[in-house]
Design a binder for this molecule. Sequence first.
Ligand code: ADP
Ligand code: SF4
Length: 692
Amino acid sequence: MTSRYDILFQPIKIGPVTAPNRFYQVPHCNGFGHRMPQGMAAMRGMKAEGGWGVVCTEETEIHHTSDLSPYFEGRIWSDDDIPTWQLMTDAVHKHGALAGIELTYNSHDAANLYSRAAAFGPRSMGITGGSGYEPGQSRAATKDDLKLVRKWHRNAAIRAKKAGFDIIYCYAAHNMTLAFHLMSKDNDRADEYGGSLENRTRFFRELIEDTKEAVGDTCAVAVRFAVDELLGGDGMQFDGEAHDIVAMLAELPDLWDVNLSNWANDSVTSRFGKEGHQEKYISFVKKLTTKPVVGVGRYTSPDSMASAIERGIMDMIGAARPSIADPFLPNKIKEGRTEDIRECIGCNICVTGDTRFVPIRCTQNPTMGEEWRRGWHPENISPKKSEDEILIVGAGPAGLEAARALGQRGYHVILTDARREAGGRVALESALPNLNEWRRVIDWRLTQINKIENIYFYPSSQMTAQDVLDAGAPHVILATGATWRRDGMGRNISRPVQGNGNIFTPDDLLGFNLESDSLLSKLREQAPALQKVLIYDDDHYYMGGVLAELLVQNGCEVTLMTPAPTISCWTQFTLEQERILKRLLDLNVTLLANHVIASHTPTTATVTNTITSAESTLACDAIVMVTDRIPNDALYHELKPALADGRLKSLRVIGDAEAPNIIAQAVFSGHLAAREFDEQVNPDVTPFKIER
Ligand code: ADP
Ligand code: SF4
């Protein structure tokens, strides 16, 4: 049968190799890096199994003088690294996909904290890699240095070919690499590598030529090139020098993989950018070259993908996050199962694998990063071992995932929730400003649950311990969530904050329609004169900032205060912090770091500077405490005796009810409970394989 998506399954010739289809997993970091190659290889292999025609590595260091520590990226410094890369190329080839490697040399973006080598780049300047504020500088590269880098890159390409890679990258994107830095307008070197655009592009051209000469007989040579930095005239621009660079090098590489720089612009979260947001910047490239063009833009809809090809924006659909959320996305399209696609929600928890130096995690796909160490497959799960029935209380992300996965195993599952709507916190939080894509966590699970006959969902069913026992299921899983604290206690305050102020929590603010003024009128029931609101954020992720937006939209004057040195501190790891700050400043939110709340009255808050201990008083009509949450585990404690006396065969508490955390952790917790059900789990033994 023909389908409108057939175009996505056409083979694409890339230099001397041919990709089986147009699905291209572009290079992406994963936190495994050179430290955990088996985990990395199994994760990449899963994408190939799921139908991605090309599967690439992350940025891969070619030499110790460009060591990307403290991050764990790929590494191909010597022949000793070849066997670990063969793990990946074998895993990818097994399923008929091509394997690509992104070789990188990062000049002043390499902190070299491990190798202790002096980094070199276009000029001597402060190191931009590592934390971004490492105390040290690069040195200015000599022409001999540049020659050496060309040699190292060539040697790495030869090693990569030996390791079995089909596509070898020259990387000039994300404002991270020497080739990109040399192309910058700021490069005023007096030699033939600085000054004119031709001179500045010389090194990139040489890298491509060298690589083609070294391995181009059997390997395709791709470039990753950032066509815009969103810095206006201060940076690379798609309608400026990037256009001229692509025109100059048009037919030289075998493939153009083009995107936005820096990484925060390339991997923008759904809060700040929608599917296809890069099209405007990359569409010129295809007009200048006959070589295949790859672009990204968090495409999860096959219609958008087919349209991007048909409109001549790109030849292959590049994806990092959509391939993480659903390694089987291509196969699902091929099999006409588009409703089964586990769509990426654009939260960038996956990015925090890299930025927190741990194996990649994903909100939508709890098996991501667990392929090797736990042997988890995103589509398959072991069948049931008994006919026992399971009752799950709470249909938030944890309960929904546990029900779905247990249902997939074949168990008879009863899922209940007190609310009329499934989704728990996600149903409420996805109604907050610009978080609507987060609903996909619920939508995908409900779609699957509706297809599984042995799962029965009962909404509007508040359960007491007696109700649970009366239901008669021998196994009970409690996914009853958590409640935001009202007393200010959290990381920084261990005793309830005293006062008689008007205190609200996120739970009071969630679930209101932005368009209406009902939120303000509701809050004014408690605080009639409400105008000035102080948000005290000891949570440090998105909630404080999103609530500030919500309250400003509802006509409040907002101060966002945090004990941390920066506002929405943890969002630096999801690449969102700068955009959050810009949005808050644009909304005239007053930002106050390094302060804790000491006490409150109906019109004031006394706050303490965390550094000087100096106290001051802020005028505010209400305070929103975004601090710790209290697990809703009362039901668990009430039911424990029933486990002890044999009325229940098993009782487990999962998700936020066990330990409040991010949504990704709730989904993971639900999945883990489903996998471990009917299994003997020895608490003395680490439940996953460890790479040594
Ligand atoms: P998690 O993130 O762990 O999934 P959520 O807070 O998102 O937790 O979801 C918890 C869900 O559990 C909410 O939808 C809530 O209505 C439901 N719930 C809590 N207690 C009960 C109960 N006693 N009976 C039925 N549903 C409950
Ligand atoms: Fe998408 Fe979030 Fe998963 Fe990353 S973690 S792939 S952004 S759903």
